[in-house]
Design a protein around this ligand. Structure first.
Ligand code: C5P
Length: 218
């Protein structure tokens, strides 16, 4: 029995969250951004001054961790941290934090508890491989580093926080490398996931493709 969950995995900056949100809307499903959970955890650890080497401090922070998603906003306790978790600082810190086995254990458990009844689109790096291996529909979304960096550079420009293309591209490469070479739950395509290269497609085309795939399998 397959779980009615769409697992959407792929590297940084490939447009997973925008896609996942739109697919959820098209199906009337809920959407879970697991990257935001790792980011919120990194923020909580930093605020507590807990380094990953200090296991007691890490346990304390994880024990008190209250992450929730309300609509498309991310909360830590009652505080809306949606903007605070997207700073360059947190983006750097989240790489070692998400490679920590204990952090992953706690967050994966929360992700499973949330979506266990199905009707969710879940985006991340290990959703099809680790979190929901029994998901009915698995998509591995890709695009070249150049395509992703170009999109991200335009996005940052539009937000009024421009960054040089070369810097954006090397940051994406750094995260690709860290995510795919880490020991715990590395980024990789599940054997039964369908790979989609979004390089030449716009958002509507990607969403329609995933919705069709799901309907065909549902
Ligand atoms: O998707 P996003 O870039 O917001 O994710 C932030 C970081 O969290 C990623 O760089 C990745 O290292 C990590 N992550 C993860 N497993 C997930 C989702 C995100 O390790 N399921």
């Amino acid at each position: 029995q397959k779980l009615p969950v769409i697992a959407l995995d792929g590297p940084s900056g490939v447009g997973k969250s925008t896609t996942a949100k739109a697919v959820a809307k098209a199906l009337g499903w809920q959407y879970l951004d697991t990257g935001a959970m790792y980011r919120a955890t990194a923020l909580a650890l930093r605020r507590a001054g807990a380094s990953l080497e200090d296991r007691e401090a890490v346990e304390r922070v994880l024990g008190a961790l209250r992450i929730s998603q309300r609509g498309t906003r991310e909360f830590l306790g009652d505080e809306d941290v949606s903007d605070a978790i997207r700073t360059p600082d947190v983006s750097r810190m989240v790489t070692p934090v998400s490679a920590d086995a204990r952090v992953r254990e706690v967050l994966v458990e929360q992700q499973r508890a949330l979506a266990r009844e199905g009707g969710w689109v879940v985006d991340g790096r290990d959703i099809g491989t680790v979190v929901f291996p029994d998901a009915c529909c698995k998509v591995f979304l890709t695009a070249s580093v150049e395509v992703r960096a170009r999109r991200r550079t335009l996005e940052l420009e539009a937000k009024g926080t421009p960054q040089p293309f070369a810097e954006v591209a090397s940051d994406i490469e750094r995260r690709d490398h860290a995510d795919s070479t880490r020991a715990v739950a590395p980024l990789r395509r599940a054997e039964d996931a369908v790979e989609l290269d979004s390089g030449d497609l716009d958002l509507d085309q990607v969403v329609a493709w995933i919705v069709d795939l799901h309907r065909g399998r549902g």
